[in-house]
Ligand binder design. Structure first.
Ligand code: FES
Length: 140
């Protein structure tokens, strides 16, 4: 007797098995139906400044987010005359009212040390602040 004839060429798969395989192999359905799906949904931080809010990518520089959304931290001539985000002019200083204050960079700390903001822990240079969560800031 030939052993090859005992092995079915097509496995016996019921209609229910076929449906479950289809669901498991469909990435979109799998994403919607698995508890791990929330890990793949990126949290979009929201920045609020002067009563206006805007969403941004996590890790974006606060100064960039503000300027891209017509909420510049600069005022008057400092809108044009500033260091361009190099943390040397200090004109982008903001007070973090709500949200993570974060750590000042070394360069930022040096700049703020020669200002009246040195003792205020909630003051950050918008050009050195990376937005990682919802944050509300106001002009110093
Ligand atoms: S833009 Fe000059 S210190 Fe931030």
């Amino acid at each position: 007797m030939d052993d090859r004839n005992d092995v079915p060429l097509v496995p016996d798969i019921s209609q229910e098995d076929r449906n479950s395989r289809y669901i498991a192999s469909s990435p979109s359905v799998l994403r919607e139906n698995t508890p791990q799906s929330s890990k793949h949904i990126a949290r979009v931080p929201e920045v609020t400044y002067r009563g206006v809010s805007a969403e941004c990518e996590s890790g974006e520089i606060l100064r960039t987010v503000l300027r891209n959304n017509a909420m510049s931290p600069h005022t008057g001539m400092t809108e044009v005359v500033n260091c361009g985000g190099n943390s040397t002019c200090g004109t982008c200083a903001v007070r973090i009212v709500d949200g993570p204050i974060g750590e000042r960079t070394t360069k930022e700390q040096a700049r703020l040390a020669v200002s009246t903001y040195d003792d205020a822990d909630d003051i950050r240079l918008a050009c050195r602040y990376r937005v990682t969560d919802d944050v509300t800031a106001k002009r110093t």
